[in-house]
Design a protein around this ligand. Structure first.
Ligand code: NAP
Length: 476
């Protein structure tokens, strides 16, 4: 791979670029006003990553040794650094990352008389140098962290070939970029930094970035995988809250883009809270049967009374647990009634399932579809135990927009054998996938978006079909 000089490679952006490029296989020369400082910086990175090719030199020497040069110095040092490397960069690609900001008013756009710092660089370096502007909108800290970068790079250049070379280099270090036109357009990317600084400050974001949406027409068709994205930032839900509005706002604030067919999985708990399904145990008068069961289980009698009231059948009563068939047909410990993540300021409380989780899902789905203009499905999920396995999994207790079961009987397997009994519980699988990011404890992430799941869209289809009919219950 070619060699690349990072002029200002001892600084925040420069050292992160040097590290990423060297790790991607580039031969990197760190350039500094002080050659010894450059060598130290290079040695520091080489100690961390022994396999990389990296060295340090003074600015002009670093530029002379490399085929491509990147400038990463403060604007205050821009003109002076350009003058120092002018001869050494003749005929080369020169990447300017400079934002022409002079502190302290960095939150206000400042552009030089030439229009952009990159245009000044082109003027200072002469016609043989192919100046490419890039990277102004990428935070150095994020680059230095070494992980995936959730932001795009705008590349401005008069020379399209040079722009493509730089885009390939950026792709090597995990950055998606767009050639946004002539070098003069660098003004917009340079100006963008002040907007990003404002956004960082106002919304307390650690290094916001920009993302270009849309898909190029000739983009390769990639196999769609499954993604599960948490929707963070929902407030504590109180009775009467409009959950669809709050989820919609959190989706927008969290930058979660919704696409056709996505499934929004919502933890039952917040649906129940919004629907006012919290009950104060002190207000419950236990009957004789509840008191007897409470003695056998060691549970609070009021709690057992609630379980009984929510159930069509109490199936097992053992110390600590009541297994009941919920009036909606689900068999669950404590009829799904929960005391975790419920505030207890006004005495002990319990949270019941929504009265009709399918209806709750349908209301949410309709509002979210209207807001985002795409077809969605909604699953209301709870964490339930499994009779013969330890550990809870996310389980669907209400659905809208999808068929809970995927009947694959009649399809052929790989060897042409017709599947006889394969019916998958898609709604539960989606709920379980979402529960990997939905927080059970103090995480407070009660909504997730599942994309790429295979399911059969369906209108007016509730969770009912997933419940095994009583006459097929082999264990009764
Ligand atoms: N930081 C970011 O997140 C970021 C993101 C995108 C673009 N940029 C742009 O990248 C450039 C570098 O930003 P940075 O944050 O990496 O800067 P920095 O860490 O403050 O400085 C980078 C290097 O510039 C050299 N330098 C030369 N003359 C200087 C002078 N008069 N004052 C201070 N340092 C001088 C220093 O290296 P030596 O002492 O070794 O010579 C220093 O290590 C800026 O133009 C900035 O707008 C930064």
């Amino acid at each position: 791979m070619a060699s690349i000089a990072i002029l200002g490679g001892t600084g925040a952006l420069g050292s992160a670029l040097a590290m990423r490029l060297a790790r991607a296989g580039w031969t990197v020369v760190v350039g500094s006003r002080d050659a010894a400082k450059a060598r130290d910086a290079a040695a520091g990175l080489a100690a961390l990553y022994p396999d990389i090719a990296i060295s340090g030199a003074g600015l002009a020497e670093a530029a002379a040794r490399a085929e491509i040069c990147v400038l990463a110095v403060p604007y205050a040092a821009h003109a002076e650094t350009l003058a120092q490397v002018r001869e050494a960069v003749a005929g080369k690609i020169f990447v300017d990352t400079t934002v022409p900001l002079r502190p302290p008013k960095v939150g206000t756009v400042q552009l030089p008389a030439a229009g952009a710092a990159a245009v000044e660089a082109a003027q200072a370096l002469g016609e043989t140098v192919r100046v490419v502007s890039a990277l102004q909108t990428i935070g150095a800290e994020k680059l230095a962290a070494g992980g995936a970068i959730d932001a795009d790079v705008l590349v401005a250049a008069d020379d399209a070939e040079a722009a493509e070379t730089v885009r390939a280099l950026l792709a090597d270090i995990g950055l998606r970029s767009w050639h946004v036109g002539p070098l003069a357009n660098s003004a917009a990317a340079e100006a963008m930094t002040s907007l990003i600084i404002q956004i960082n400050r106002r919304y307390k974001i650690n290094q916001a970035g920009i993302r270009i949406t849309g898909k190029p027409k000739d983009a390769p068709v990639t196999a769609m995988g499954l993604s599960v994205r948490p929707v963070p930032g929902l407030p504590h839900i109180a009775p009467g809250d409009d959950l669809a509005v709050l989820i919609g706002e959190a989706i927008i604030a969290g930058g979660v883009e919704l696409a056709e067919g996505d499934v929004v999985v919502v933890a039952q708990k917040i649906v129940s809270k919004a629907e006012g399904r919290t009950v104060r145990l002190a207000a419950v008068t236990p009957g004789a049967e509840a008191i007897a069961d409470a003695e056998r289980t060691g549970r609070d009698a009021a709690m057992v009374e609630l379980i009984r009231a929510e159930s069509s059948e109490v199936m097992r009563v053992t110390p600590g647990v009541v297994i009941a068939r919920h009036r909606l047909g689900h068999v669950a410990a404590n009829a799904g009634i929960d005391q975790s993540n419920v505030a207890h300021d006004e005495g002990e409380t319990a949270l019941l399932w929504p009265v009709d989780p399918d209806h709750s899902a349908a209301v949410l789905r309709e509002a979210l579809q209207r807001r985002f203009g795409v077809r969605l499905a909604v699953v209301i999920s709870d964490s339930l135990g499994r009779a013969w396995r330890m550990g809870t999994t996310g389980t669907a207790i209400g659905v809208s927009g999808l068929k809970p079961l995927r009947d694959r009987r009649g399809e052929s397997d790989l060897f042409g054998r017709v599947l006889q009994a394969t019916v998958t519980g898609v709604a539960d699988e989606i709920a379980a996938a979402a529960s990997l990011v939905i927080g059970e404890a103090a995480e407070g992430v009660p909504v997730a978006v599942v994309s790429g799941a295979t399911y059969e869209p369906a209108e007016n289809q509730g969770i009912g079909e997933i419940l095994r009919p009583l006459d097929q219950d082999l264990f009764r």
